[in-house]
Write a protein that binds this ligand. Structure first.
Ligand code: HAM
Length: 425
């Protein structure tokens, strides 16, 4: 029996990969404009990094990690998210020694053992940024604005930015107490996970996906009601900066992120719509304690990550067309033995001139070769028979218009390029 891909993974096939490249290219362009530079960290890390970074009581660490022992018995984990690894690298390579705000971006696969469904995989891809070294609320706003730019540039519709403040170690104990008191009365009705969360990390109860728990926490006190003065001032300044930048947003006091490292600003980009279409495509926030938690100096950070599968899913569902296949500039059609040899050389010359070109390797007849050119989305066909060979020309045919003319062999690349430029202009 043929082997199939593991559940929750996807093959990104030719014809689909073009949309991925397009999204990646757009993101890289925007990142460069905001002075973000790329960082690539390992796909697996020491398990402890995520336990300490993401948080022991999060769903990710409790249930969703791909953890394994290597041959020497060390516990390693496929990264479930990008932030912890980037912070580790930031500390390990002392990037904090730079006197400036350090702006980093990354893209690549992440791994979570979740129940697969539309827009949720076990191997999925994130594109994200992390900015270190400033607690300025304007940076929070700029980070959100960057994500918003990318999504609007890609044509995402019905986008909503939810913003909240989850406070700091100063204000959280007050909220924690109010929350525990509020939930004490309904404790027995909470799911078993939440009953344990209530003791270990009550804020996590607000993040439970069980419907009953969500109902029970509907009127629970929010962190926003318990912010200390500094966090309140920070939040107000973030809002002001978002407004100055013209980024539409909604304050959502019930927004709790699924990772423990956040302080103050937390946000999500949600696409509104029916059923499956509704969902979070991007999450992020500030994490002022994480660098120190992972052994570095007390340097604040903020970032976001969006899911590429989810973004592409939303775009497809909204009917946005993305590039599928780039096609081919020129297909070289050869008739006869001598012409076949020359066709390969002509293709070589076209490619060297920066054009995309291919030839027939399957000994097809003329008509069949035209069909191939069509299938490849070729814009031009260069037809080379014995007669053309003797005269040192090809018949260059524009496959869109049907126009055809003889062009000297040495000039084919230039002729194709000129005609392509003309049709583009
Ligand atoms: P997160 O909210 O866990 O945040 O994930 C960010 C995004 O990754 C989600 O909004 C979603 O689009 C996508 N995503 C997550 N899990 C899956 C899945 N199983 N299948 C498909 N897509 C998924 C983080 O990971 C943080 N590290 C973001 C961050 C960066 N915060 C600060 N800096």
């Amino acid at each position: 029996m043929a082997i199939q891909k593991p559940r929750g993974t996807e093959d990104i096939l030719p014809g689909q990969a073009e949309a991925w490249q397009y999204v990646e290219r757009k993101a890289r362009e925007w990142f460069a404009r905001y002075r973000y530079r790329e960082i690539r960290t390992p796909l697996f890390e020491h398990t402890e990094l995520f336990q300490r970074g993401v948080g022991e009581t999060t769903d990710i660490v409790e249930k969703e990690m791909y953890t394994f022992a290597d041959r020497k018995g060390r516990s390693l984990t496929l990264r479930p998210e990008g932030t912890a690894g980037v912070v580790r690298a930031f500390v390990e390579h002392k990037l904090y020694a730079e006197p400036d705000v350090v702006k980093l971006y990354y893209l690549g696969p992440m791994f979570r053992y979740e129940r697969p469904q539309a827009g949720r995989q076990r191997q999925f891809h994130q594109i994200g940024v992390e900015a270190f070294g400033s607690a300025d609320p304007r940076l929070d706003a700029e980070v959100m604005e960057l994500a918003w730019r990318i999504f609007t540039d890609l044509g995402v519709q019905h986008l909503r930015l939810d913003v909240n403040s989850v406070g700091c170690p100063m204000c959280r104990p007050r909220h924690r107490q109010a929350l525990v008191e509020h939930l004490a009365g309904v404790k027995d009705e909470l799911c078993p996970d939440c009953q344990s969360r209530l003791v270990r990390n009550p804020l996590r109860v607000l993040d439970c996906k069980q419907e009953r728990c969500q109902e029970l926490t509907q009127d629970a006190p929010t962190v926003l009601d318990h912010l200390c003065d500094a966090c309140r001032a920070h939040f107000d300044a973030v809002r002001k900066a978002l407004e100055a930048l013209g980024v539409p947003y909604a304050v959502n006091p019930r927004l709790v992120r699924g990772l423990d490292y956040y302080t103050q600003t937390a946000f999500e980009f949600v696409v509104e719509g029916e059923g499956h279409l509704a969902g979070t495509i991007c999450g992020g926030g500030r994490y002022n304690g994480l660098v120190a938690e992972l052994g570095g100096p007390d340097v604040p950070g903020i970032g976001f990550a969006f899911g590429v599968e989810r973004l592409l899913y939303v775009l497809a569902a909204q009917g946005t067309r993305l590039p599928a296949d780039a096609g081919l500039d020129c297909f070289v059609i050869a008739l006869g033995e001598a012409a076949k040899g020359e066709a390969l050389v002509l293709a070589q010359r076209l490619r060297a001139a920066g054009l995309s070109a291919d030839v027939d390797y399957l000994d097809r007849k003329l008509k069949a070769q035209f069909k191939v050119a069509d299938r490849y989305g070729a814009r031009f066909a260069a037809i080379l028979g014995d007669d053309e060979l003797a005269r040192g020309v090809v018949q260059l045919k524009n496959l869109a218009t049907g126009e055809q003319e003889a062009v000297p062999l040495a000039d084919v690349a230039e002729a194709v390029r000129q005609r392509l430029n003309r049709s583009e202009g």
